[in-house]
Design a protein around this ligand. Structure first.
Ligand code: FAD
Ligand code: UDP
Length: 369
């Protein structure tokens, strides 16, 4: 065999594995079906602004090992994500915190906020929230749910909030302090010079073939390597033989504006149902940019269909049990390893992807990181 590993996908998972394998003296060939490396964390510089081509990416983690690892490949700035939610002409701070509640109800203390929420859900008697709607109502009450969650969530997921799992909303912090940091994590920032540079460094010295779909050339590529690390969609790998897993896709409308500052914040969420996009990203604010022009992206969410880019797995009961069937097949493969967001059908953030790639490196390569 010409290579020890054939890696399908040059996203973060494939790139971390390739990097560690190379350090262990293994040879890898990375094939990538897109025309560029880095998967969904791909950023591209336009007039001095790093444009996040596949959606805003903020690195955040509480995992010290992952933070130290990623800092070997980039320097991170001091960006703290503090999105604004816009409901009609009302503006609120996110995540849900005392600034949000104070603006919503004109109250001042945490006790007052908790009393308003308790009053709004007293008649619902929710003990064990069964879905996203019940979870959200029991956490923040009806006003916040109706204005900041319901419309946004139904746009993003294309499903009624009662049909979505509660864990989606539990990703967001809820605080009774005046703190607009969107994450609770210990470490946070944006890599200076963009994410693509990180992946370039990870792949330094590894052969990469762009515009090459592993599944379209499977027999030929399999014959080149002993083992395969596959980071594409698990159901597509099996030609959807057990059924099609659902994903959400996203479309971005990006434009450059002849003004220095469009919205005064990197992320503004449009939480009412009637506005067709979910949010507007103003890329320069991730890096405190002072360029004379600015670049914004409107984000539209849609149901994935074959041929679209899959962005978010829809981890409801139906899909999770279908995934379990595919996973059983995957576990019995002797030479193919599945990984990453699509290979594991998981709503993984970047830090979790790095952690799981490093675990694989330990298992597969005996690499201690
Ligand atoms: P991917 O980046 O999807 O890479 C997989 C690669 O495999 C792709 O390049 C794909 O083209 C390629 N591929 C697929 N099939 C084939 C094939 N058959 N042959 C060859 N190549 C193939 N995480 C955070 O931590 N913070 C954030 O703020 C954040 N924001 C996000 C916003 C959006 C809109 C999305 C969608 C995700 C966000 N994430 C965020 C998650 C982050 O994007 C992922 O954790 C990370 O990109 C996953 O890396 P991966 O290698 O598993 O997958
Ligand atoms: N969410 C919401 N209103 C907002 C922002 C988020 O209701 O203004 C909900 C929505 O259901 C979303 C979930 O919180 O899917 C998680 O938000 P997050 O920002 O983590 O989404 P992601 O970064 O994955 O797009």
């Amino acid at each position: 065999m010409k290579y020890d590993y054939l890696i399908a996908g040059s996203g973060l998972f494939g790139a971390v594995f390739a990097h560690e394998a190379k350090k262990k003296g293994k040879t890898c060939l990375v094939v990538e079906k897109r025309g560029h490396i880095a998967g969904n964390i791909y950023t591209e510089e336009v007039h001095g602004i790093q444009v996040h081509r596949y959606g805003a990416h903020i690195f955040h983690t509480s995992d010290k090992k992952v933070w130290e690892y990623v800092n070997r490949f980039a320097e991170f700035n001091q960006y703290i994500n503090s999105p604004i939610a816009r409901y009609k002409d009302e503006l609120y701070n996110l995540p849900f915190n005392m600034n949000t509640f104070s603006k919503m109800w004109g109250i001042v203390t945490p006790k007052e906020a908790q009393e308003v929420i308790a009053g709004q859900i007293a008649d619902l008697h929710i003990t064990e929230p069964q879905n996203l709607e019940e979870q959200a109502l029991s956490l923040v009450g009806r006003d916040v749910y109706e204005k900041l969650i319901k419309g946004y969530t139904e746009k993003q997921w294309g499903r009624d909030c009662r049909e979505l799992p509660s864990f989606i909303i539990k990703r967001l912090p809820l605080r009774f302090t005046y703190d607009n940091n969107y994450f609770n994590d210990r470490y946070q920032g944006i890599p200076t010079g963009g994410y693509t540079r990180i992946v370039e460094k990870l792949l330094e010295g590894t052969e990469v073939r762009l515009n090459t779909d592993y599944l379209a050339h499977r027999a030929e590529l399999d014959s080149l390597a002993d083992r395969v690390v596959y980071t594409g969609m698990i159901d597509q790998f099996y030609d959807y033989c057990l059924g099609v897993l659902e994903y959400r896709s996203v479309r971005f409308e990006t434009e450059e504006l002849e003004q220095e500052n469009y919205q005064g914040n990197a992320v503004v969420n449009y939480t009412e149902r009637e506005v067709p996009y979910t949010r507007i990203i103003e890329h320069k604010h991730f890096e405190f940019g002072k360029q004379p022009t600015t670049i914004i992206s409107r984000e539209y969410s849609s149901e994935w269909k074959k041929g679209d880019e899959p962005y978010y797995p829809v981890n409801n009961e139906k899909n999770d049990s279908l995934y379990a069937e595919y996973k059983a097949k995957a576990d019995s493969e002797s030479r193919v390893i599945f990984g990453g967001r699509l290979g594991s059908y998981r709503y993984y953030d970047m830090d979790k992807v790095i952690a799981s790639a490093l675990e694989l490196c330990e298992r597969e390569l005996g690499a201690k990181i």
